[in-house]
Design a protein around this ligand. Sequence first.
Ligand SMILES: *[C@@H]1O[C@H](CO)[C@@H](O)[C@H](O)[C@H]1NC(C)=O
Ligand SMILES: *[C@@H]1O[C@H](CO)[C@@H](O)[C@H](O)[C@H]1NC(C)=O
Ligand SMILES: *[C@@H]1O[C@H](CO)[C@@H](O)[C@H](O)[C@H]1NC(C)=O
Length: 386
Amino acid sequence: MGSHKIVVEGIVVVVVVVATVGGVEVMGLPPCEFPAIYNFGDSNSDTGGISAAFEPIPAPYGENYFRKPAGRDCDGRLVIDFIAEHLRLPYLSAYLNSIGTNFRHGANFATGGSTIRRQNETIFDYGISPFSLDIQIVHFDQFKSRTGDLYNRGGNSDRDKLPKPEEFSKALYTFDIGQNDLSVGFRKLSDEQLRAAMPDIINQFASAVQHLYEKGARAFWIHNTGPIGCLPVGTFYIRNPQPGFLDQFGCIKGQNDMAVEFNRQLKDRVNKLRAELPLAALTYVDVYTAKYGLISNTKNQGFTDPLKVCCGHHENYDHVWCGQKASINGTQYYGASCATPSTFISWDGVHYSEAANHWIADRILNGSLSEPPIPVTHACHKNPGL
Ligand SMILES: *[C@@H]1O[C@H](CO)[C@@H](O)[C@H](O)[C@H]1NC(C)=O
Ligand SMILES: *[C@@H]1O[C@H](CO)[C@@H](O)[C@H](O)[C@H]1NC(C)=O
Ligand SMILES: *[C@@H]1O[C@H](CO)[C@@H](O)[C@H](O)[C@H]1NC(C)=O
């Protein structure tokens, strides 16, 4: 055991040194000036997909930044919005939004409830989106080919709201997906079955990246999955947990272990993709560490108990979700917002608050949690060290 541990640490040290050297080299290069972002994911980065395709996300969602519902499962901005701001690009329009859209600087294919793998259930069962990653990729293909057609038509006023065809290969392709493959797994599979399914989930993710590469994408910014066991929703229904079921912060340990395993395999696969896709610049971003870092250190960061929820009525095992109305024992309740949303990590029990998203974005944008450790502004440069 002892010598094994030393070997493992030795490998880690070597990787860090190589990556840091590479990061410094890349930093000497000019910023990428991405003309567009194409995003793929779930509710962590949905900026209006589900609201366009199904029912709009209601108030009080959006109230603390947009001052109205803005298609986001949050009181304000998501991490993808902070990425867009940081790259001096406008917020992304959802591809599925049929009105008031502007795709000049990219499009968002993410929808709340999306999984990497297709699921055998409808959104009306447990909120799983029909737009799994493979469908999001099909949407991207349609978007790209229709953009080409409309552009070539000439004198078309649509042009102002479309990307230039030659800009697709210069864009940043971002991903934040996998959390719902785990949540479906927790609901339907044993731990053993979910672990057995993991390589297929990761392979389907890799296929999506490969497909985009074949279509000309070069810069990929890939978020790993967060500590799903720390979402308050998971702990709502737990009454008398066995010792060791929860960690010291109240998170479900077994669920976080599964997220860590997913991330281990994802990181491994991204490493292999670097060899398979010689012209791609692939950045693996450790969002898990950012989120868990916040949850494990809330007080020092000006936040309250990480398992408390700002929006919704959650008392005595009765739950009225954020923005919903329900009657409990004959009394009407409304899932209202709290007085100080900026001190909450969880906005609605499932999704992070804008304040938390801002904190997380600050940790990941400069590359300190990435492999290679380069900031998002430089993510087009292939790292010579990797
Ligand atoms: C999908 O759901 C149907 C109906 O519940 C079931 O019969 C079928 O076996 C499921 N298929 C898979 C692949 O899970
Ligand atoms: C509603 O009634 C149930 C069963 O009688 C009880 O357990 C629960 O505490 C009640 N909830 C409220 C909010 O009064
Ligand atoms: C990145 O930002 C975080 C948070 O502001 C900071 O703690 C960290 O030192 C920064 N890292 C680099 C490499 O600039």
